[in-house]
Design a binder for this molecule. Structure first.
Ligand SMILES: NC(=O)C1=CN([C@@H]2O[C@H](COP(=O)(O)OP(=O)(O)OC[C@H]3O[C@@H](n4cnc5c(N)ncnc54)[C@H](OP(=O)(O)O)[C@@H]3O)[C@@H](O)[C@H]2O)C=CC1
Ligand SMILES: O=C1O[C@H](COP(=O)(O)O)[C@@H](O)[C@H](O)[C@H]1O
Length: 491
């Protein structure tokens, strides 16, 4: 068990009554309380624009904790203790004159301050200026901002500039919640603690890599947000490119934030631009139509609540990415992500090249490459597919493929895997930036995805349809089949 934070820090939560705060952030802080990790003096100021008082908001938060914390992890006593830390302040974030009360709250018991902006990103600059204008922040303030930062490179620069006017880079904690997932951090351990893999991790030994992040949910009532974003901005620009970087980066010299971030940036810079002539072979965009999910009928994207007719926003994308550097030359990274796919499943598959000289049954040659399957969620673990001799006198030297299997929950008898936001909030309190994204990472990632979206805008070609409950448009299967390969579950 980790030790509680020994320096007190207080938290101002902007957007405290929004979806993210209620569903993820308060439950995560409740879990830190349950684990005894919060400093006993830590206070939380929930800030939103609903006119309410602290006791009403505590009641609302209690209801949300009951809804979003697993039943066997909910303890009324811990919830009560946690909610005692919470005060509420209503405020229109755009009104600079309202921020004085925040300063009063802060100066009652000064401490290190964390400002969490669970608000639309366009507000980050204004909130920051208003905080500074009212002396609510200083050089020790840590500021947490959510993704996506902007909707393209240009708008992200504006937001980053606005944040940079008030805070130094070492005060900024840009969230990508995938970096808070235990299994994603495990990629660093897998690669750099096991020389077995480190020595095989390049184009000499790996033929291609697959990264799939499939969601069974649709857009969950978030049409207003999602239709402006789409799956590339919502998932690829951040989560999938971060996964790709962790798989592709060179070994960092240590575990410091900048060593890791420097290596990730090198990968992003080496990614080959996808030009208009590559769109047919390297990119597939899709949009779901009516179908089924969990055995029940579900509407298509254009029939979701609040939908506008004729939207071309993608709910699925498959990409063939290439990294032009010494390590990865000629090794495609096939990535795909979508909503309303058959199941929730995030996995990375490393396909190793076959042995240089094959001596077994020619009919079995297709089996002859090892695969490392890294399951990020659910059923976290990994499996190395290796070839052995089929047992029995009659089998000769026939081969069979089987797994060396590591399922974390079984092998390590883990009680529970903490939610990403628990880890991330805990790291912010400790002031560790290694699981957060630096400005140049965000901007290089935008640069790469922007050209894809520009190509879509220029061509005007609509997304390909796929029925909810299927693995995306058939074109995504054709994209990988053309290279003589298949997505792992089809193999
Ligand atoms: N929800 C999610 O699952 C995820 C969200 N994010 C990011 O997190 C951030 C928050 O998202 P989400 O919680 O979904 O958004 P919501 O719209 O649900 O919440 C935003 C909150 O900010 C408040 N707000 C907006 N403008 C003002 C204002 N001028 N004055 C006072 N309050 C204001 C809203 O109040 P009101 O309700 O009155 O409008 C609401 O409480 C976004 O940056 C999003 O991209 C990232 C990953 C996942
Ligand atoms: O950031 C986001 O992530 C979720 C998927 O996260 P996961 O932890 O459940 O895999 C996605 O549904 C959402 O649209 C996106 O904004």
């Amino acid at each position: 068990m980790a030790d509680p934070i020994n320096t007190r820090c207080d938290l101002m939560m902007f957007g405290a009554l929004g979806d993210l705060a209620q569903r993820k952030l308060f439950p995560a802080m409740y879990q830190l309380e349950r684990a005894g990790l919060l400093h006993k003096g830590t206070r939380i100021l929930a800030i939103a624009r609903n006119k309410a008082d602290s006791s009403e908001v505590r009641k609302t938060l209690l209801g949300k904790l009951k809804e979003h914390v697993r039943k066997d992890e909910f303890d009324a006593g811990v919830a009560e203790q946690f909610l005692q830390r919470v005060d509420y302040q209503f405020l229109d974030f755009t009104n600079p004159d309202g921020y004085g009360v925040l300063n009063d709250w802060r100066s009652k018991e000064p401490s290190n301050l964390i400002v969490y902006m669970a608000t639309p990103p366009a507000m980050y600059g204004e909130i920051s200026r208003n905080l500074r204008g009212n002396n609510c922040c200083d050089q020790n303030t840590r500021v947490v901002v959510e993704k996506p930062i902007g909707h393209d490179l240009e708008s992200s620069k504006v937001i980053n500039d606005e944040l940079g006017e008030v805070y130094n880079e070492d005060q900024l904690f840009r969230i990508d919640h995938y970096l808070g997932k235990e299994t994603v951090q495990n990629l660093i351990a897998l690669r750099f603690a096991n020389n077995l893999f480190a020595s095989q991790w390049d184009q000499n030994h790996i033929s291609h890599v697959e990264i799939s992040v499939a969601e069974s949910v649709g857009i969950e009532g978030r049409w207003g947000y999602f239709d402006k974003a789409g799956q590339v901005r919502d998932m690829v620009q951040n989560h999938l490119l971060q996964l790709l970087c962790l798989i592709a980066m060179d070994p960092p010299s240590d575990l410091s934030a900048d060593s890791i971030r420097n290596e990730k940036v090198k990968v992003l810079k080496a990614m080959r631009r996808i030009t208009p002539d590559m769109m047919d072979t390297h990119v597939v965009r899709g949009q779901y139509t009516a179908g089924t999910s969990g055995g029940k009928p579900v509407p298509g994207y254009l029939e979701e609540e609040g939908a506008a007719r004729g939207s071309k926003t993608e709910t699925f994308v498959a990409l063939k990415a290439e990294i032009d550097n010494w390590r990865w030359s000629g090794v495609p990274f096939y990535i795909r992500t979508g909503k309303r796919l058959p199941e929730k499943l995030s996995q990375i598959i490393i396909h190793f090249k076959p042995a240089p000289h094959y001596i077994f049954d020619p009919d079995q040659k297709h089996l002859a490459n090892n695969k490392l399957i890294i399951r990020l969620q659910p059923d976290e673990g990994m499996s190395l597919q290796i070839l052995t001799k089929d047992q029995g006198l009659d089998k000769g030297m026939r081969l069979r493929q089987g797994p060396l299997e590591l399922t974390f929950s079984e092998t390590f008898e883990t009680d529970r895997i903490p939610d990403a936001y628990e880890r991330l909030l805990w790291e912010v309190m400790k002031g560790n930036q290694y699981l957060f994204v630096r400005r140049d990472e965000v901007e290089h990632a935008w640069q790469w995805v922007d050209q894809i979206m520009r190509n879509w805008d220029d061509s005007g070609v609509p997304p390909k349809r796929y029925a909810a409950g299927t693995w995306g448009p058939v074109a995504s299967i054709a994209m990988i089949t053309r290279d003589g390969r298949s997505w792992y579950e089809d193999a």
